[in-house]
Design a protein. Structure first.
Length: 278
């Protein structure tokens, strides 16, 4: 018995499903190749009807979609693709400010490994600490999200079932999680208080199952800028995590990051992060 869970920031579901060439057939072809049981999606950036239309070939093949779109059109959006329908779905984590912004969704499943809650997270990117009012607003928004979400995580990790919170956490919490860490010490996603926040979640019982599979390696990176030679030089960030509670972490046996073989074979600026549990 096994369970395979993937997480991927699709950077727009309509773009991700597009077949760019015979060699780059997008998300649908990746699903056919990898055959995960659950896929946690972030940055869907479409309404429900638009997402269902884009995913029609996948849904026709038997996949089920649950999602939370943002009240801001074309922004954020998270979801879960699954081979079986969830028994329950919850949007948000009890935040008046963030629950309608398409940043968090939980779905419950009965799996071969037992009862599971799978959550898809798209944490705000934030901004550098500057005097610019726009940066200040984005920086403070991320802090408010992290503060409120940490309270939810404290209760979730203690649930008496398997739990995974996967997604784009927008934080590389260790030097091994970013290629050019020295040059990014003042960049959003690698600020000291952000990194400390992730460490606090790990100290509170969450397990970084991908890092546990690669304890001594740099990366494996999951995001590269579209600009310049970041992808070609593997100048990436590991910001897409699957954090699990202890019971599920004990079942993790393999983790992979499906980095495209070449720049023109990418269908997102992120790569899928997949963990096999058994």
């Amino acid at each position: 018995m096994s369970l395979t869970i993937s997480t991927i920031n699709v950077n727009g579901i309509r773009a991700a499903m597009k077949q760019r060439s015979e060699a780059n057939r997008g998300l649908s072809a990746w699903l056919d190749d990898v055959r995960p049981d659950l896929v946690l999606l972030q940055e869907i950036r479409a309404g429900r009807e638009q997402a269902q239309e884009a995913l029609a070939p996948v849904l026709d093949d038997g996949w089920h979609l649950v999602m939370s779109e943002s009240v801001i059109k074309g922004h954020a959006g998270v979801g879960v693709l699954s081979r079986v329908e969830p028994s329950a779905v919850r949007v948000g984590f009890g935040s008046d400010e963030f629950d309608a912004t398409g940043r968090y969704l939980e779905a419950d499943f009965d799996t071969p490994l037992g009862a599971l809650t799978a959550a898809s997270l798209y944490l705000p990117k934030g901004a550098a600490q500057t005097d610019d009012p726009k940066d200040i607003a984005k920086h403070d928004e991320k802090i408010r999200f992290m503060t409120a979400f940490a309270e939810h995580l404290r209760g979730l990790v203690r649930r008496r079932r398997h739990v995974v919170v996967g997604g784009d956490w927008n934080i590389a919490h260790a030097e091994a999680d970013i290629k050019n860490w020295k040059g990014n010490r003042k960049s959003p996603g690698f600020l000291p208080h952000e990194r400390d926040w992730v460490r606090e979640q790990l100290a509170g019982g969450w397990r970084d199952v991908v890092r546990e599979q690669y304890p001594d390696d740099d990366g494996p990176y999951s995001w590269w800028s579209w600009r310049g030679k970041a992808f070609d030089n593997d100048a990436g960030w590991r910001i897409d995590y699957q954090l699990t509670n202890r019971s599920l972490a004990q079942r993790a046996v393999k983790a992979t990051v499906d980095r495209a073989p070449a720049y023109d074979l990418r269908w997102s600026d992120h790569a899928p992060v997949t963990v096999k549990f058994q």
